[in-house]
Design a protein. Structure first.
Length: 95
């Protein structure tokens, strides 16, 4: 159980939650530190990736979101900045 949350999805593409809770009226989620740039920054710096790499990234993200949704956890507003690229692999944060 993390800060009152008993469910934490486990998937290699999802950043692990370390702590979560509410302090007064402010909620928080602390996750593992991911070394990498956001997907939007990578695209701005390097341009669009090849279609095969894009499909692999989308497949990994879809699997991670499906796992989380299967456990009743939803991202709420997925953006390219919520995907960090760690050694070329996507890692989804804020889940």
């Amino acid at each position: 159980m993390i800060g009152g949350f008993s469910q934490q999805p486990h998937h290699p593409t999802l950043a692990a939650a370390l702590a979560a809770g509410v302090e007064g009226k402010q909620s928080y989620l602390a996750q593992e530190y991911i070394v990498g740039d956001s997907l939007d920054a990578v695209i701005r710096q390097s341009g669009r990736p090849p279609i095969d790499a894009t499909l692999v990234t989308l497949s990994r993200l879809a699997e991670a979101l499906d796992r989380a949704a299967g456990e009743g956890i939803h991202h709420g507003g997925l953006h390219l900045r919520d995907v960090l690229m760690e050694d070329g692999a996507p890692r989804l944060i804020d889940v």
